[in-house]
Ligand binder design. Structure first.
Ligand SMILES: *[C@@H]1O[C@H](CO)[C@@H](O)[C@H](O)[C@H]1NC(C)=O
Ligand SMILES: *[C@@H]1O[C@H](CO)[C@@H](O)[C@H](O)[C@H]1NC(C)=O
Ligand SMILES: *[C@@H]1O[C@H](CO)[C@@H](O)[C@H](O)[C@H]1NC(C)=O
Ligand SMILES: *[C@@H]1O[C@H](CO)[C@@H](O)[C@H](O)[C@H]1NC(C)=O
Ligand SMILES: *[C@@H]1O[C@H](CO)[C@@H](O)[C@H](O)[C@H]1NC(C)=O
Ligand SMILES: *[C@@H]1O[C@H](CO)[C@@H](O)[C@H](O)[C@H]1NC(C)=O
Length: 269
């Protein structure tokens, strides 16, 4: 047993070493799709941490378009979180949003390495005609018909047609699919968010991912519309798979702390 104990102490020692990573931190700057990626000289703050991280986010609307980078260290688990959304507002305005949060710990300043290695692909992926995307999605998500002249029906989770919005109680149809595990889609009528935006919203943590639609056209939350919207998101290269994943979804990242607790658990229980 003492050999095992020494082995565990050795593992704890190895694990503590990972705190000695050097990460550029508190480094925030803005850019755009046509500017080459370059870390500003002012980003000179280096800190010892367990993980180095970066958040890359892009937003586009008729009034504003911007790309931002934020390098931050983190002492929590490593991994990747992708998110993207398209929102249509009542006044005919819209916005597109895409972000990547990447945290790593395999070497010093690995987040800078990640940015350097991937930025060309990311910029290429985001550089499409955003107005065209909106033009294709709008008729699927939104109707010109007013609630005052026509009721709205939505599918429920069993794909049965249900009355949703009426003029005295307007509502939106929603479909929310978990892309990991059982891949079930929740389909509902939502009364609370009626004044909110018509949207497509996607998340991807690697081991958990979801794809959601909120829309006000009758029966817009069914499997056919859901599939057509997935195909559009894939055609514009926003998603990496036809099924709606923002990341390839094969990477399951286990932190060394987690592995260590499994080993300790197996040895002592
Ligand atoms: C992109 O950013 C650069 C530097 O910040 C700026 O000079 C340029 O005008 C911007 N281009 C667009 C299209 O916004
Ligand atoms: C992470 O840990 C280091 C070393 O223990 C500490 O100096 C730093 O403040 C911590 N950072 C955060 C964000 O908790
Ligand atoms: C909605 O109305 C606008 C303006 O009248 C029109 O350009 C658009 O094609 C209509 N959309 C649909 C889906 O009928
Ligand atoms: C759907 O949304 C559009 C745009 O916000 C609005 O003009 C229309 O009246 C709404 N229709 C229903 C049935 O909610
Ligand atoms: C679907 O609904 C169930 C029960 O309300 C909830 O636990 C689950 O998280 C929902 N799934 C999605 C993808 O929203
Ligand atoms: C998507 O990516 C492919 C391959 O890089 C490219 O040929 C295609 O033009 C892109 N589509 C759009 C809409 O930008």
């Amino acid at each position: 047993m003492s050999l095992l104990r020494n082995f565990i102490i050795f593992l704890i020692y190895i694990n503590s070493l990972s705190y000695a990573l050097q990460c550029t931190t508190d480094c925030y700057f803005q850019s755009n799709l046509s500017t080459t990626f370059e870390i500003p000289k002012s980003c000179n703050q280096i800190i010892s941490a367990k993980n180095c991280g970066i958040r890359i986010s892009f937003s586009y609307s008729p009034y504003y378009s911007g790309l931002s980078f934020n390098f931050q260290h983190s002492n929590y688990s490593s991994g990747a979180f992708y998110s993207s959304s398209v929102e249509l507002s009542d006044g005919g305005s819209f916005s597109f949003y895409y972000s990547i949060d990447h945290t790593c710990n395999h070497k010093d300043d690995c987040a800078i390495e990640f940015a350097n290695n991937n930025i060309r692909n990311i910029l290429r992926r985001l550089d499409f005609n955003h107005a065209d995307l909106i033009r294709e999605l709008s008729p699927l998500l939104s109707t010109n018909v007013s609630i005052e002249t026509s009721d709205v029906a939505c599918f429920d989770s069993n794909e049965r047609v249900r009355q949703c919005g009426i003029v005295t109680k307007p509502g939106l149809c929603q479909a929310a699919q978990q892309l990991t595990g059982r891949q079930k889609t929740n389909r509902t009528c939502n009364y609370e968010s009626y004044r909110g935006e018509k949207s497509v919203s996607i998340y991807d943590f690697g081991s958990f991912a979801s794809f959601s639609i909120t829309c006000n056209r009758s029966l817009c939350n069914g499997p056919v519309t859901q599939q057509v919207i997935k195909e559009i998101m894939f055609k514009y290269n926003i998603t990496k798979t036809i099924d709606g994943r923002l990341n390839n979804g094969l990477r399951l990242s286990l932190s060394s702390t987690f592995l260590l607790s499994i080993i300790v658990f197996l040895l002592y229980v």
